[in-house]
Design a binder for this molecule. Structure first.
Ligand code: FES
Length: 92
């Protein structure tokens, strides 16, 4: 399924990364939110208010809906390039 939503992208190198313990693949340098979205991962965190699912919305660093944890640090998935061995956790 990876790559089904990528249009006109020349992927020079596929890399592996982990999301909530699952190994996934992406084009090296692709933004994490896009890589997850392309593989059907829509929920990146849950709301502190109501526990509802949250995921990438603006894809440009404005809404903060795509925040994930990388090495214990909260960061925007839409502004984080994927690299080989990246380990990502959803935020609950
Ligand atoms: S999708 Fe809006 S800040 Fe990342």
């Amino acid at each position: 399924m990876a790559g089904d939503l990528r249009i006109g992208v020349a992927c020079k190198r596929m890399v592996r990364f982990r999301f909530d313990g699952e190994t996934l693949t992406a084009c090296e340098g692709e933004m994490l939110a896009s890589a997850l979205y392309a593989q059907g991962r829509r929920t990146l965190r849950t709301s502190r208010d109501d526990g509802g699912p949250r995921g990438a919305f603006c894809f440009m660093g404005v809404c903060q809906e795509c925040v994930v944890s990388i090495g214990g640090r909260l960061t925007e998935a839409c502004r984080t390039p994927v690299h080989d061995g990246l380990v990502v956790e959803s935020v609950r």
